[in-house]
Design a protein around this ligand. Structure first.
Ligand code: PMV
Length: 329
């Protein structure tokens, strides 16, 4: 591991959230967030988290503000846990002030933890004088939120499950310019979700379907990777929807069950399936929440967005195209 001491105390980083095409659901090791299966995603360019970290000798504890609002409790603890790892690596004792802002509406149920922990990892490590490699940064971001490791590299990304902390990290499989896909996010509810993904992962193994889902994952990963590399939308749509259904089948059959869908979620799913049957290249995927990520080649995005806004229960639609890596600003 190469580390250069830059003697910086402040650094600012920018990161994008990501949407998984092959989902991560369940951990082999919850403490290190080593996933039960590998996953594939795309960074969501245009939706940005910008985070400034300042290690300040005058501070008596870590401080966090999110969109200008001071945070305490669980969210501060999770940030401090990542800062502790950085302090350990840099042999640094100082506390930090963390100021994080999202340019996309927060609290609308778009996973912001991925971009948050990717930006935090880069800003904190740079402010501590560490120059981490992409894989090292990805591993650090993973400790904050598993899917955050996929927001570190750019474009289309694969997170190799690995076996331990050293071998579990993400890398690019194609650049953002490789395929002009759009993610049109249909927001159907802005309420905070009842069960967050950290608790959700812990329930995955209680579903009798999880073992079958995991056994078939290598096939779906190969199929999805190939579809992306070939820019084959038809094959892509088939595997992305199947993978989404498999994850939600596991969620619904866990003990206790997790049912994230709302009536409008299903309305969007059915509309998208109809549109595809009628020749429009479009498909969907859904994370641990009710909102629907509707994917299409950007050439069809305007048509997809106007169709989505007509569906009862769709409050708004956000659009994103393939985003680059987490970077310093
Ligand atoms: O990184 P987490 O713990 O928020 O988990 C993300 C889980 C899903 O969004 C449902 C799937 C994924 O691979 O992003």
């Amino acid at each position: 591991m190469e580390c250069y001491h830059l003697y910086m105390t402040t650094a600012t980083a920018q990161a994008f959230p990501n949407i998984a095409f092959i989902k991560y659901w369940g951990n082999r090791d919850a403490h290190f967030r080593i996933p039960s299966n590998a996953s594939i995603s795309m960074n969501l360019g245009g939706l940005e988290t910008r985070t400034q970290v300042t290690f300040d000798p005058a501070l008596k504890n870590d401080q966090l503000t999110l969109n200008g609002k001071p945070q305490s409790g669980k969210s501060l603890e999770r940030v401090s846990a990542v800062l502790d790892l950085v302090r350990q690596m840099a042999a640094l004792q100082r506390f930090a002030r963390v100021e994080s802002n999202n340019n996309f509406p927060t609290g609308v149920g778009i996973a912001s933890s991925a971009s948050a922990f990717a930006a935090l990892s880069l800003a904190a490590s740079a402010a501590a004088g560490l120059a981490l490699s992409e894989a090292e940064l990805s591993r650090l971001a993973r400790r904050g939120s598993g899917s955050a490791c996929r927001s570190v590299p750019g474009g289309f990304v694969e997170w190799q499950a690995g076996e331990d902390d050293l071998t579990s990290y993400a890398f690019s499989i194609a650049s953002p310019g490789h395929w002009d896909l759009s993610d049109c996010i249909a927001i159907v509810s802005q309420a905070p979700k009842p069960t967050g993904s950290t608790e959700g992962h812990a329930l995955a193994a209680s579903s009798p379907l999880q073992a079958a889902r995991l056994a078939d994952t290598p096939r779906r990963l190969d199929f999805c990777r190939r579809a992306i590399l070939d820019r084959d939308f038809e094959a892509f749509a088939e595997v992305v929807e199947q993978d989404c259904h498999l994850m939600h089948a596991v969620m619904i059959t866990s003990t206790p069950p997790l049912l994230y869908w709302q009536p409008a979620t299903l309305a969007v799913m059915q509309a998208v399936m109809d549109w595809r049957k009628n020749g429009l290249p479009v498909c969907y995927t859904i994370d641990a929440g009710p909102n629907v990520h509707v994917l299409c080649p950007t050439a069809s995005a305007a048509q997809v967005i106007s169709g989505l806004t007509l569906i009862t229960g769709v409050e708004k639609v956000l659009a994103a195209r393939p985003g680059g890596p987490t970077h310093l600003v």
